[in-house]
Design a protein around this ligand. Structure first.
Ligand SMILES: [Zn+2]
Length: 301
């Protein structure tokens, strides 16, 4: 038996765009994140599946009711940090502040304890594993931020791709639920989310997940709300100050975000229908009860 998990890094496209291109955090444009969240929640209801939503604090601040709705529909609420900074660019103190702020804001909204975290850009690597200790200090039991393959901007080469319980230098333990990679042609491939799902033909996506099932391998899928949108994504609609950009630049940006995006809903719906889904917390609890303590970086005790 193998289980899949659908994790959503719940963030607003326009809000992030404004932060990266204009260095300002603004209220999201009304309508986008609402529509995208609805689409996801309806797909999940339709297939009777539960997902984990990693909530970005700076979005939760403006859309608390949406966060409440997601929780009320029975999905797990985790955190995606406060300000969507790559964690390895922060000092340990800044990292702690970002994490604490998001735990506080999100748990205040739902009235429930937070159990897990997904870093922006999978930005936990060999340089900042102390982030895992901070998570345990804040009462979290699992992390799902490590990409077990070195990619240009993230990942740890050779990190175990299995869910496991790790001992930390602070004497506490944490469950790591790494992102999924597939083995084909004697090498590993990123396959399980975002742009990879967008670009792979549906037949290939289905084959990869059928193979996981045959191998008894669990999978962690990660997606973003905008990838489910039924409307054309225009940066000018989602972040109005970008209207000052040249037409050509807006065209190029929009092309990048819309390419094959409409295929995503069908692909994820297929996966939801064909696989057994559990939340990150269900997985983490299972690993805690059944897994052995291991040292950091996957070396067995
Ligand atoms: Zn993100």
């Amino acid at each position: 038996m193998s289980y899949s998990t659908l994790s959503i890094d719940w963030e607003d496209f326009g809000q992030l765009f404004g932060m990266y291109h204009f260095d300002e955090i603004t209220e999201p444009v009304k309508g986008s994140i609402e529509r995208q969240t609805d689409i996801m929640l309806n797909m999940l209801d339709e297939t009777n599946s539960k997902a984990t939503f990693f909530i970005l604090g700076m979005l939760a601040k403006y859309r608390p009711q949406l966060v409440k709705n997601i929780a009320a529909r029975g999905h797990e609420i985790g955190i995606h940090g406060q300000n969507h900074k790559a964690m390895f660019t922060l000092t340990p103190d800044q990292a702690r502040k970002d994490l604490k702020e998001s735990v506080d804001i999100v748990s205040n909204i739902t009235g429930q304890r937070i159990h897990g975290y997904r870093a922006p850009f999978f930005s936990v690597n060999e340089t900042n594993l102390y982030v895992l200790e901070i998570l345990t200090d804040l009462g979290l039991i699992y992390d799902s931020s490590i990409f077990p393959k070195k990619m240009p901007r993230y990942g740890i080469e050779g990190f175990s791709d299995k869910d496991a319980l790790y001992d930390l230098p602070n004497g506490k333990q944490i469950v790591e639920l790494p992102l999924t990679i597939a083995n084909y042609f004697n090498r590993t491939w990123p396959v399980a989310g975002g742009g990879y799902i967008r670009l792979m033909p549906k037949m290939l996506v289905n084959k990869v997940f059928r193979d996981f099932k045959k191998q008894g391998k669990d999978s962690m899928i990660y997606m973003h709300p905008y990838e489910f949108d039924t409307k054309f994504i225009s940066v000018a609609d989602n972040y109005p100050p970008s209207a000052g950009y040249s037409k050509l630049k807006v065209l190029a940006l929009n092309l990048r975000w819309n390419l094959f995006r409409n295929s995503v809903r069908g692909k994820i719906l297929d996966l939801l229908k064909q696989n057994q889904f559990v939340t990150c917390l269900q997985k983490a609890n299972y690993v805690k009860e059944n897994g052995n303590g291991t040292e950091l970086l996957g070396r067995k005790k």
